[in-house]
Design a protein around this ligand. Structure first.
Ligand SMILES: [Zn+2]
Length: 280
């Protein structure tokens, strides 16, 4: 738990999955990345899907929703999807599902949106019945009609369920949800309408890195995900984020890092590295 101004931040460690090393580290050779995350016998690396909970000002806000449970056995096997620890993690934070007031989606790729829905019969229904769901307009439009590269990353039934839920609020550009809690789009490097979430207090602030910097192993400028739509743009967007983090000693929150939840960073010999880990 971390206090920032009127808010407390909590990590909900709800689920893990595995992705091919190549999709996680793009063009970086395995001999380099395997020093950071050891792959399994199928060359897959184990990653977290953390949900960041922001409590304060009478609101309980989630950032992203992981993958959840509404997947076929085949898909669960492909991603070696773990159990869904949502209720116990919410309970530890003193909350039930119905007390979640807002969800901010960094973007609607399957590992960020799907956990907001579960199967009831043939239908997908909201897991958080009282939550308003915020997403960038660009991202929702892309998710509804994805380009050929991203077609398998945007899970259409979930995107459609979100659109029909009556709870979706489309945001166009930066938007302050509450004083000190802001959504900031990054550009289309990872995907169109991808956004960060910034939480600011007196002398301390946290930035949720979304999939622009999903883990501490992605602090190097060229260490991008194979999922990135525009790798060169991603590099420029990451450089701007790193400048902000370094210049203002902000804390970076990692949604997918298997080991480190959040950290302050510093310039290393070759690229930016973790300076000190921070408990959230
Ligand atoms: Zn992701």
């Amino acid at each position: 738990m971390l206090s920032i101004g009127d808010y407390t931040l909590h990590t909900l460690d709800v689920q893990d999955f595995s992705l091919d090393g190549g999709s996680v580290f793009g063009v970086v050779p395995r001999v380099l990345w395997e020093k950071v995350i050891v792959p399994d016998h199928l060359n897959r690396v184990r990653l977290s899907m953390r949900i960041l909970l922001i409590k304060g000002n009478g609101r309980n806000i989630l950032v992203d929703a992981a993958m959840g449970t509404a997947w076929s056995g085949k898909m669960k096997a492909i991603y070696d999807l773990s159990e869904w620890r949502l209720d116990e993690e919410l309970h530890n934070a003193g909350l039930g599902r119905e007390e979640i007031t807002d969800i901010i989606f960094t973007h609607l790729h399957f590992d960020h949106v799907a956990g907001a829905f579960e199967e009831r019969g043939e239908r997908l229904v909201p897991v958080f019945p009282n939550a308003r769901c915020f997403v960038q307009k660009d991202n929702y439009e892309t998710a509804l009609k994805p380009n050929i590269k991203e077609k398998s990353s945007y899970p259409l039934p979930f995107v459609e369920a979100l659109g029909k839920s009556g709870s979706m609020e489309l945001v166009d550009g930066s938007f302050e949800l509450l004083p000190g809690v802001e959504m900031v789009p990054t550009g289309r490097g990872h995907t169109a309408g991808h956004q960060l979430v910034k939480i600011r207090g007196e002398g301390i602030s946290v930035i949720h890195g979304g999939d622009l910097i999903p883990s501490s192993a992605h602090l190097g400028l060229t260490r991008g995900l194979g999922f990135d739509v525009a790798p060169l743009e991603m590099i420029h967007e990451k450089a701007a984020l790193l400048d902000d983090l370094l210049g203002n000693r902000r804390i970076l929150y990692f949604a997918h890092d298997p080991f480190i939840v959040a950290a302050r960073v510093r310039r290393g010999e070759k690229h930016v590295v973790v300076d000190e880990e921070v408990d959230v």
